[in-house]
Design a protein around this ligand. Structure first.
Ligand SMILES: Cc1cc2nc3c(=O)[nH]c(=O)nc-3n(C[C@H](O)[C@H](O)[C@H](O)COP(=O)(O)O)c2cc1C
Length: 279
């Protein structure tokens, strides 16, 4: 195990490790405006949702590591505390990357990166028409995390309006996760694309308490053929097996395959039903 103390690393080294480790990160494509009406559009992956009531997102335009200057997005927000957070899908990703060039202040990245302005209903910065979800936000607070190069600036943005493109909605007007085709930022130049093939579900933990690993039959708990994920699925039932089952369960390779097949279908009840027939 390599162990590193952050106070002995350069900012670039910290960035190298942590941007790979803390990933994938969603991308906030922020549209802002200055007092003269100049529009700016820039991506930020130091971004997430932090509160539902009130609905608050935070993103962080950092001080540049290179020369400790601040980003136009931050300067605009200090002049006009409003923004639109546009959600980034795969079709937009190359243009989004292009928009992160350091164009001079006053240059609109809508123009440079070829995006279409769509007037917002509540705030002054425009929306990105190509984005499948556009969030109109009022900035409640900006918290500077330092004055040194690389220091973040937390922008606390309260979401006031949510605009959703029909193409990503199901028949109940909810977001279809597969249709959204999200992209996320990882370390270096890596991105991830969230497609139907790489989506999977994990059942929400039992509202009643799961029995836990300690109550699993010994033949399963100590087995090297069941993965840790499979054991955790079985431990997430709320009906404790009998002490006979815990101690004496014997599994043939056929039984194991049947239990594994049920678990791979997320059918924990079926997996336990198979186990119960064996004692
Ligand atoms: C996908 C992506 C994510 C980024 N995330 C951040 C971030 O979280 N914080 C940051 O300061 N810069 C980030 N950058 C770099 C900024 O987008 C870049 O510095 C931008 O040009 C700032 O523009 P501005 O000065 O017009 O605000 C990111 C760039 C890309 C392409």
């Amino acid at each position: 195990m390599l162990t590193l103390n952050t106070d002995q690393l350069s900012t670039q080294e910290i960035q190298q490790y942590l941007q790979y480790a803390i990933a994938p990160r969603p991308i906030c494509f922020a549209s802002t405006i200055d007092l003269e009406g100049n529009v700016n559009l820039s991506p930020f992956s130091f971004f997430n949702l932090f509160s539902m009531n009130p609905p608050i997102c935070i993103f962080s335009p950092s001080r540049r590591v290179r020369d400790n200057t601040t980003k136009h997005t931050l300067e605009n927000i200090k002049e006009v505390p409003e923004c639109v957070i546009n959600i980034v899908n795969y079709n937009m990703v190359q243009q989004v990357s292009l928009s992160s060039c350091d164009y001079p202040k006053g240059t609109s990245e809508f123009v440079k990166a070829g995006f279409t302005e769509l007037a917002s209903e509540l705030v002054r910065p425009p929306r990105v028409a190509e984005s499948p979800i556009q969030l109109e936000c009022i900035v409640q607070e900006v918290i500077a995390l330092g004055a040194q190069a690389g220091a973040g600036n937390l922008v606390l943005a309260e979401i006031k309006k949510i605009h959703l493109h029909e193409s990503i909605l199901d028949t109940s007007n909810h977001i279809d996760q597969a249709k959204l085709d999200l992209v996320a930022r990882l370390g270096g130049d890596w991105y991830a694309r969230i497609t139907e093939e790489n989506l999977f579900k994990v059942e929400k933990p039992n509202t009643k308490l799961g029995i836990g690993f300690d109550q699993l039959p010994i033949a399963i708990k100590e087995s090297i053929v069941f993965t840790a994920n499979e054991k955790a699925q079985l431990a997430n039932t709320n009906i404790a097996p009998s002490s006979n089952t815990i101690k004496d369960l014997k599994l043939s390779s056929d039984n194991i395959q049947q239990i594994k097949a049920a678990l791979s279908n997320n059918d924990t009840e079926r997996a336990w039903a198979i186990i119960q027939t064996l004692v």
